[in-house]
Design a protein around this ligand. Structure first.
Ligand code: FAD
Length: 400
């Protein structure tokens, strides 16, 4: 087993965010980097991700992170300098539709803001939308946006690819080791404590927490306010009357009560879920929850309203996954005021995968004291106490 007793940087958590941070740290010349993962690489909440990649956001800062990330995803193996690395990218486009009502203006403005950033976006009429997604109806749509440079990918594959490429650059990734506390001295973080009897305390000049729903542990370890709830979400795979192929775009239905999102699953089925609030968990845990028939019927009705004939769809499979939700459904990124030596990245609120390459880089830059590609001030922890929320214009939900 590889060990590293005196690293320069410790990363807690090897989900897609922690692995991206580790790789960027190595690429930026961080020195000795140690990743500590309680379970296995990519096996936390990332393992349940729907994997949708888009740059569409009503929060402009997110657009920039997503755009930078998309560029990375598009040339993933090249960036990682590993010909076998793959994010499992399926570039099928992203189609977002709103009926007449309060979502039209934010959608129009978000599309214009994307275009202003040089992102390819098209406005489609109902016929053109139906050509791209023939299994759906769009006769009620007041505005339809289409983003060709979008699609979906595989978060577990992405995390493991980042981890392998990081290892090749000398990063040590240890699985099965839990961080149990921070070493605090003189008002700053000096390292971590672990449940590994052999190493126990590990000193490091910098610690990066990428703990997702478990970031609340920081509150007990360092007295930090961590405004986070763990929310369980249900995902269905439906076998409908016609295949939902990989050539068809991801869809976002702003008119449905649950702001449904969906995509092709296995080139035939539809992966579908609601983009609104889920079930609050008292303690963070990724154990599978029940997917009751009432919920299946509730989502099924919304699917049938958009996809004619899908009231006959069969439930092929279902699963649950957990979001780390902040009060404004956007992440906390960067340093913690009054506590040197710690950088955090949590609160991805169900949309962190598509941001992971760029977030990994800005967290690594912050950890190294370098200027960050995008300003982290809007994502600061202090925004909640200061009333400077980063709220999206579509209301609460992962579309943000
Ligand atoms: C159902 C579902 C659908 C989603 N769909 C999308 C989507 O379509 N598009 C999108 O962009 N995003 C989506 N997301 C969100 C996205 O998947 C997450 O934001 C992202 O995967 C989170 O990565 P992470 O590394 O922060 O977390 P995780 O993958 O949960 O990794 C955190 C890791 O930290 C480890 N850890 C925690 N505490 C400790 C400790 N004390 N010691 C050691 N290890 C520790 C955990 O074991 C875990 O492996 C979805 C999420 C879910 C659940």
């Amino acid at each position: 087993m590889q060990t590293l007793t005196s690293p320069d940087v410790v990363v807690i958590g090897a989900g897609v965010i922690g692995c991206a941070v580790a790789w960027h740290l190595a690429a930026l010349g961080a020195g000795r980097v140690l990743v500590l993962e309680r379970g296995q690489v990519g096996n936390g909440t990332s393992a349940m991700s729907s994997g949708i990649l888009r740059t569409h956001y009503s929060v402009p800062q997110n657009v920039e992170l997503a755009q930078r990330s998309w560029r990375f995803f598009e040339r993933f193996a090249e960036h990682l300098d590993d010909a076998e690395a793959s994010a499992g990218l399926v570039k099928c486009g992203y189609l977002i539709a709103a009926p007449a009502g309060d979502k039209v203006a934010p959608l129009r403005e978000a599309l214009a803001a994307q275009a202003a950033r040089g992102i390819a976006v098209e406005l489609l009429d109902a016929c053109a939308a139906k050509e791209k997604l023939p299994i759906a109806r769009f006769d009620d749509a007041a505005l339809i946006g289409y983003e060709p440079d979008a699609g979906f990918a595989d978060a577990t594959l992405t995390a493991t690819s980042f981890a392998r490429a990081a290892r090749r650059r000398g990063v040590v990734v240890r699985e099965g080791v839990a961080v149990t506390g921070l070493v605090l001295e003189g008002g700053r973080v000096r390292g971590v404590r672990t449940d590994d009897g052999a190493t126990g305390r590990i000193d490091a000049g910098m610690v990066v927490s990428a703990q997702n729903i478990w970031a609340g542990e920081l509150a007990a370890w360092a007295g930090i306010d961590v405004p986070l709830v763990a929310e369980r979400h249900r995902v269905l795979a439906l076998a409908g009357p016609a295949p939902y192929t990989r050539a068809m775009p991801v869809f976002k239905d702003l008119g449905s009560p649950g702001m449904l999102y969906g995509r092709s699953y296995g080139d035939t089925q539809m992966l579908v879920s609601e983009g609104t609030a889920g079930e609050r968990l008292a303690t963070p845990d990724t154990v599978q929850g029940e997917v009751g028939m009432d919920l299946v019927a509730h989502i099924g009705e919304q699917v049938a309203a958009r996809f004619p004939g899908w009231e006959e769809a069969a439930l092929a499979s279902s699963w649950t996954g957990v979001y780390d939700v902040t009060p404004d459904w956007n992440p906390v990124l960067g340093p913690v005021p009054g506590l040197e030596g710690l950088i955090v990245g949590f609160g991805f609120s169900g949309h962190g995968f598509k941001l992971s390459p760029a977030v990994g880089r800005v967290l690594a830059q912050a950890a190294l004291g370098q200027p960050t590609d995008v300003p982290l001030a809007p994502y600061a922890l202090a925004r909640f106490a200061g009333g400077r929320l980063l709220s999206g214009r579509y209301g609460a939900g992962a579309v943000s």
